[in-house]
Design a protein around this ligand. Structure first.
Ligand code: BG6
Length: 510
């Protein structure tokens, strides 16, 4: 018998993943996130029969809707945003589990009505008192909602069931506000009840970083400072602020993407192996990575921030950030960030990690690029023609779109000379698996119902990430790294190029 069949934890990973009966309460049920992501994800879970019997959704929001109005709005949302087309029979049976409670978030009687509704669900469907509260609201409402859930005795489930709270980003806007928010949630919920969602962790390709590193024997031995020259995590978006100018003015790219999504991806790339995927192993190792990061130090030299001006993307004229709705014409908010981080541990000392993210760039692409060191003797340097470094070994993890992994190495050009040219070994999810991956929210909602918090962010990581980035925000306010500008449809400001060039590196061409 092999070790894996003896090990109940590992064997458990293959058990069917159907949660216990439960009720999902969505605060902010009439909002964008519910319509675009949450309900389409639930519909797809229902379609794949992954929701438990006795599952129900209770939407909670201010608008005076009935159950029927909520169902009709959600049907439209699924028709518009679901990855699989709306199918009437599946919809009809799913829609029966949708309910609605209309209330202000600060209105106690609303929470009492919610409690009554949940009791009804418990007795009608045997939901066993299991509740998942999802905060799909502006973050300013989080503390108030948590407080009222506590007052209404909803934060501890009756009858031995569970109560969990799912919190969307942003989790605070700097270290101090994140701590304050954590404290107010902590008055009502214990850490193990809190699921901080980062939808990048629900992406198949992001989860595959761990499989790639630790499910294969050949990459881990070279995944360290002896062999790796630098690591780049890049997120390029073609979209602008998509009507969210008001939110973005309070946020900017560092808070919107770097503090959460990019730092989480970086932690998966840099963390040590775990002994088991169960329990807190992955989150412990990620937290250690954050703790080993050096403070950014010289913010002027190690960070670049910029904002897009008007320009053209894919042949279409688009306005500059300052002309977007809800944005001040004198806004100093960054829509592009590039920065360099160092991890001071045994594995990574002296290896720079470069992060960059920007809106209105020429194409949509998210990737992690590991550049390996050159061979000790460059025998073929003279034969690379115009290529500076024909044999540079790059490993590119393409997170989205065109999901896949490619490894670049130098190969001999056929012919009587010994010319060398870079070529790629390529893996594509599409052609290898032929199925479309589920949406991140499908996986994450299911995990939250199952009580598996591996793919959710623990407080210590959030805190460590803010500890690192809050001084950057402060230094920016004091004028370090002045705001630069780039035309929409270009790859960002020249200073970003210089950030890596000053270390003798270059950004990978996406
Ligand atoms: C969100 C940000 O968290 O992630 C958006 O608030 C951004 O500004 C989005 O556009 C990107 O997500 P994805 O899954 O499209 O890469």
């Amino acid at each position: 018998m092999t070790t894996s069949t003896l090990n109940p934890l590992r064997a458990g990973l293959r058990l069917p993943r159907t949660p216990d009966a439960c009720a999902l309460v969505v605060f902010g049920a009439t909002g964008d996130l519910t319509a675009r992501k949450l309900v389409p994800a639930l519909y797809n879970l229902a379609r794949e029969r992954l929701l438990p019997g006795g599952f129900s959704v209770v939407g909670f929001a201010r608008r005076g809707w009935s159950d029927e109005q909520f169902r009709a709005a959600m049907k439209d949302a699924v028709a518009k945003f679901s990855r699989e087309p709306l199918q009437d029979d599946i919809w009809e049976s799913f829609a029966r589990s949708l309910h609605y409670v209309s209330s202000d978030f600060g209105d106690m009687p609303g929470y009492e009505r919610l409690g009554e509704r949940l009791k009804k669900e418990d007795s009608a469907h045997g939901a066993g008192g299991n509740r998942l509260f999802y905060l799909a609201t502006p973050p300013t409402a989080y503390a108030e909602i948590a407080h009222h859930l506590g007052e209404a005795n909803l934060s501890r489930s009756p009858s031995g069931g569970w109560a969990r709270l799912v919190v969307e980003k942003p989790f605070g806007r700097d270290l101090e506000s994140a701590k304050k928010l954590d404290q107010s949630l902590g008055l009502v919920f214990r850490e193990r009840q809190i699921y901080r969602i980062d939808h990048y962790l629900g992406k198949e390709t992001v989860q595959n970083i761990l499989v790639f590193r630790f499910g294969n024997g050949i990459f881990e031995p070279i995944w360290n400072r002896r062999y790796v020259n630098d690591v780049q995590v890049s997120v390029a978006e073609t979209v602008g602020v998509e009507g969210r100018g008001g939110y973005y003015e309070e946020s900017g790219a560092l808070r919107d993407m770097v503090q959460n999504h990019l730092m989480q991806v970086l932690a998966l790339v840099a963390m040590e192996p775990v002994a088991s995927l169960h329990g807190d192993g992955v989150r412990d190792e990620k937290a250690k990575v954050f703790r080993a990061m050096l403070p950014v130090g010289d913010v002027g030299r190690a960070t670049v921030r910029a904002q897009y001006r008007a320009g053209a993307i894919l042949g279409q004229q688009v306005p500059g950030y300052r002309e977007e709705d809800g944005v001040s014409p004198a806004s100093e908010i960054e829509t592009y960030v590039a920065l360099k981080l160092m991890i001071e541990n045994w594995r990574w000392a002296d290896v720079p990690f470069y992060l960059r993210v920007g809106k209105r760039l020429p194409k949509r692409a998210t990737e992690v690029v590991i550049t390996f060191k050159k061979p000790p003797l460059q025998l073929f340097r003279e034969m690379g023609g115009d290529n500076i470094d024909p044999a540079a070994n790059l490993l590119v993890l393409r997170i989205q779109p065109d999901e896949g992994i490619s490894l670049r190495f130098g190969a001999k050009v056929p012919g009587t000379r010994s010319d060398v040219r870079p070529v790629n070994m390529d893996f594509r999810y599409g052609s290898s698996f032929g199925v479309e991956p589920p949406e991140a929210y499908e996986r994450l909602l299911l995990d939250a119902m199952l009580g598996d918090s591996t793919l959710f962010t623990r407080w210590d990581s959030v805190e460590a990430s803010w500890e690192l980035l809050t001084p950057v925000l402060d230094a920016w306010l004091q004028g370090a790294s002045p705001l630069r500008f780039y035309d929409a449809g270009t790859w960002g400001p020249d200073e970003a190029r210089r950030l890596v060039e000053q270390d003798g590196r270059e950004w990978h061409r996406m």
